[in-house]
Design a protein around this ligand. Structure first.
Ligand SMILES: CC(C)(COP(=O)(O)OP(=O)(O)OC[C@H]1O[C@@H](n2cnc3c(N)ncnc32)[C@H](O)[C@@H]1OP(=O)(O)O)[C@@H](O)C(=O)NCCC(=O)NCCS
Length: 172
């Protein structure tokens, strides 16, 4: 399956994405709030996992392609995180050259609409480290509201997180 927006195609990862995807996940600027740079092996395992959830369940954190030229811009989509197993989480990560153009918000809007209309989710959450202002700004542009803050743990590291929520009745 794939989702189309005005400028983007949201689809499974393809082999041609992998160089750019691996390069993105190796950048400290991108991965600062995502546990630091990720090895190529981990990135490939992550893409395989997300392609599988897309095929099996109709969601995944998968590729964002620009329709105009087929460029791989980054990753956006839905996943279930261990901290909140009853909720779909929306997340995003773009190559820095593509920041500041509204692509993350556009991609996330389409995934959220899909969660509500096709997956019948009552709500979608988004989780961010407290200092990750660019990510929190995307949540606010999407109309998500702060639900709570709290300490979460990943691989033994604790961090202060904000959890934003959008309910299917909150959409205008
Ligand atoms: C988080 C992240 C995806 C946000 O990217 P972003 O480009 O800032 O967000 P958007 O795609 O929504 O773009 C919004 C910006 O584009 C601008 N913009 C330009 N053209 C636009 C258009 N046609 N439509 C909407 N916005 C547009 C907006 O004004 C806004 O600019 P501003 O940042 O100066 O206010 C990016 O910073 C990133 O990849 N960070 C690293 C990974 C990460 O931390 N992920 C989250 C983990 S919780």
């Amino acid at each position: 399956m794939e989702l189309l927006t005005e400028r983007l195609r949201l689809r499974a990862f393809e082999p041609a994405d992998q160089l750019a995807n691996i390069a993105m996940n190796l950048q400290s600027e991108v991965m600062r709030w995502l546990g630091g740079p990720r090895s190529a092996d981990k990135t490939l395992a992550e893409t395989e996992y997300n392609n599988r959830t897309l095929g099996e369940f109709g969601y995944g954190k998968v590729a964002v392609e620009r329709r105009a030229d087929g460029a791989f811009l980054g990753v956006c989509g839905l996943s279930i995180e261990d901290w909140y197993p009853d909720d779909l989480e929306i997340g995003w990560r773009l190559l820095p050259i593509h920041w500041g153009q509204g692509y993350a918000t556009e991609a996330a809007k389409a995934w959220i609409a899909h969660a509500f209309s096709t997956l019948n989710s009552a709500r979608v959450i988004s989780i961010s480290d407290v200092p990750n202002q660019r990510s929190i700004a995307v949540m606010e542009r999407l109309g998500m509201k702060l639900d709570h803050t709290g300490e979460l743990e990943i691989d033994g590291d604790r961090f202060e997180a904000v959890v934003y929520v959008l309910g299917n009745k909150d959409l205008a």
